[in-house]
Design a protein around this ligand. Structure first.
Ligand SMILES: NC(=O)c1ccc[n+]([C@@H]2O[C@H](COP(=O)([O-])OP(=O)(O)OC[C@H]3O[C@@H](n4cnc5c(N)ncnc54)[C@H](OP(=O)(O)O)[C@@H]3O)[C@@H](O)[C@H]2O)c1
Length: 332
């Protein structure tokens, strides 16, 4: 089969012929119609990720059709249109993943290929209102945004929420989900065009995080936030507690712009703020996220579709953050 393979440090991904996966008990073979990128693929491709090994087929997100099952565990899925939950072996505790947790697309071969093997338990029916390319854009980013907002952030209708970096794959889902849940949504983004796009998705207003007074402007526009979702962090994170309401939850799962700076502890304890880390999500989060997508007929924001052979071009685009939403790879 054809696949995009990570072949070595500081080398572009290679489009090459590799062996089709062979199934172990409990596994199914999915013929992929589309895959999608996450920042994780970019970090791995530039060597900034733990546990990198060569060769590996990258890709955590995929949608396709089940063509083979090792045994009865997956037999009922043959011929079905599916998406794959890339968070494998989450474990028994709902609050955090267990020691066997792993993410599809490193260490195991991922979705940037014509076929991928996964456990039957990681399959979910593809939402019928979506194309394969739209559905492939869902798994990792939508799961992470859903858990950040609802499971950890406890966002509810009427809350004022802030999505930092609304143009991110995770950011566009955060905006769509919060709007669907009846929250009043504010955003930051790196360009006025992206802020306009977020407003078209239902955000009330936004500011450019490159502006000197972005925090004051947001406080003025919103009055203060009940839930903040931040996947960028970096030095600007120090201002977030200042623009939160008492009892607010600040949830983070990435550090695109760098580490957490020095924070004013007095602001955090006097407002009784909660700083919450989160990581992808449990199978229950995945099920609930898909229910929200189906109930509200949410259509993922696909920035651009590339062919499998063009994957490196898509990764380079992610590297300069010029996308709004998801970068999708069409496979067959
Ligand atoms: N722990 C987990 O489970 C988990 C899961 C998913 C993602 N992540 C992490 O979360 C982050 C986002 O992932 P993704 O796949 O959604 O990334 P992505 O699609 O590549 O988006 C990255 C976005 O970061 C925003 N950004 C860059 N610099 C910023 C700054 N200084 N201030 C605010 N925003 C800034 C940009 O937003 P604009 O386009 O709006 O300017 C950019 O589009 C990554 O660091 C990723 O590794 C972690």
């Amino acid at each position: 089969m054809k696949a995009m393979v990570l072949v070595g440090a500081d080398k572009p991904l290679e489009y090459k012929e590799v062996d089709k996966p062979t199934l172990a008990p409990g596994e199914v073979l999915v013929q992929l119609k589309a895959a999608a990128l996450n920042r994780r693929d970019y970090w791995i491709s530039i060597g900034k990720y733990a546990g990198i090994k060569y060769p590996t087929i990258l890709g955590s997100d995929g949608a396709g059709v089940v063509v083979e099952a090792a045994d009865g565990a997956g037999a009922g899925w043959i011929g079905k249109e599916v998406i794959i939950n890339p968070g494998q072996n989450f474990g028994d505790h709902a609050d955090f993943q267990g020691p066997d947790f792993k993410i599809l697309g490193l260490p195991d071969d991922g979705t940037l290929a014509e076929y991928v093997k996964v456990k039957a338990e990681d399959l979910y029916a593809k939402p019928s209102h979506l194309t394969f390319e739209q559905a492939a854009a869902i798994p990792l980013a939508a799961l992470t945004a859903y858990r950040a907002f609802f499971t950890k952030g406890r966002a509810k209708s009427g809350d004022k929420v802030l999505v930092v970096g609304a143009g991110a794959g995770t950011g566009t889902y955060a905006v769509q989900f919060a709007v669907a849940a009846g929250c009043q949504v504010f955003v930051t983004s790196g360009t006025s065009e992206k802020i306009d796009r977020a407003r078209q998705l239902g955000a009330a207003a936004g500011v450019n995080y490159k502006a000197q007074d972005w925090a004051e402007e947001l406080k003025h526009l919103s009055g203060g936030f009940d839930v903040v979702i931040d996947s960028a962090l970096g030095k600007d994170f120090a201002k977030i507690p200042d623009i939160c309401n008492p009892g607010a939850r600040i949830v983070f799962f990435g550090a695109t712009a760098g580490a957490i700076p020095e924070l004013n502890p007095r602001t955090i304890f006097s407002k009784q703020l909660q700083l919450l880390g989160t990581m992808m999500g449990s199978p229950d989060d995945f099920t609930n996220m898909l229910k929200l997508v189906n109930d509200h007929q949410i259509v993922p924001i696909v920035d651009e579709v590339f062919s499998l052979a063009e994957t490196q071009k898509a990764i380079d685009k992610m590297g300069n953050s010029s996308q709004f939403g998801k970068l999708v790879i069409s496979i067959s």
